[in-house]
Design a protein around this ligand. Sequence first.
Ligand SMILES: *Cc1c(COP(=O)(O)O)cnc(C)c1O
Length: 399
Amino acid sequence: MMSPPNVHDAEPIPEAAREAIDALMRSGDLFRYTAPQDAPVSLLEAEFAELLGSRYALAVSSCSAALFLSLKALDLPRDARVLIPGFTFAAVPSAVIHADCIPVLCEVGENYRVDFADFAAKLDGVQAVIISHMRGHTSDMDAIMALCKACDLPVIEDAAHSLGTTWRGSNIGTIGRVGCFSFQSYKMINAGEGGILVTDDADLAARAVIMSGAYEHAWKKHKPDAELAAAFATWQNRLPLYNLRMNNLSAAVIRPQLSELARRVRDGLANHDYVAARLNSSANIEVPAPLEPERRAPDSIQFNLRGLDEAETRAFAASAEARGVKVQVFGLSRDNARAFWNWQFLPEQVELPQTRAMLMRACDVRLPVRLTREELDVIADILLSALAEVTGPVRAYGT
Ligand SMILES: *Cc1c(COP(=O)(O)O)cnc(C)c1O
């Protein structure tokens, strides 16, 4: 059997980035607001807004910074309660706390998406909502948007891991009031670090731009339309400057990857669905199906183990790892940043039995989009063999 593939390295950065980086090295012009116009960060914002179909985009230092700025731009009062899913990355409740708000956690289902009944039940007293499409699994945006519209609640989409995902043909990140994306190395576009937010709301955009560190009249370099210019005039000198800007070098690394996105999404989805079909042949594995309006853009696979107790689940993960495939069981790895009970910094601790049960048997395996069919087969073979070692010979459906 082929040896297991390296699933940690990202794709090489396109050669086209080299020329822009060399020019920046020669000029030393790394700050987004030095050049009178067309700095790489400004060009990235225009290109990204167009790609997503949004009016405005603001590039920042991380998705966490984008989430923080989104909350600040909503002008929520101190200690406002912000509803977030109980299954997300620790950076999300952290951004809420950073913005002087209080995270309120709701249950997540076995399919990793927001449990709508619990979401609706917890909405009372909440002043904003963040929907984390965790690992690119889209929650039911029809139901969530209808309810939040009825309650006049702003929705922030944490689309960190959802670049390229669509919902009824609309880009994820453009359905809520504001959408936030990450360019950290494990996301669809890799700059090591970086983030961007998109919105159609001129007032929110102006506030976020200024607070991101557009001091004095730097906002003019955002080429504002009339509505945005009026909003900048309203907020001039009235907001703190948090300095969460993106560096020109990051934008130079990101821009040539935008045209790669469609291919990455196509390959990532095909790879995911191929491995999902192979894993679903086992009666002990369930890969949750996408929601009907959703077209996913995965670069990893999540599946639930069925009929295995905790000891067997641990044995499965250990056997897969010994064979060269790392399986993360979210709730079983010590100090996991996606397990809500490890967020001991929360001002209010909660118990979420359904989310906890999901986390104790949900497995996470990386599937970088560059993998070949042969490499995907090696991963699927290893996972199925590790399972057989724990449960006995692989049981196929219907036999
Ligand atoms: C990666 C990720 C984040 C954090 O992004 P950073 O750019 O590292 O701050 C937030 N939410 C989700 C769902 C993520 O996957």
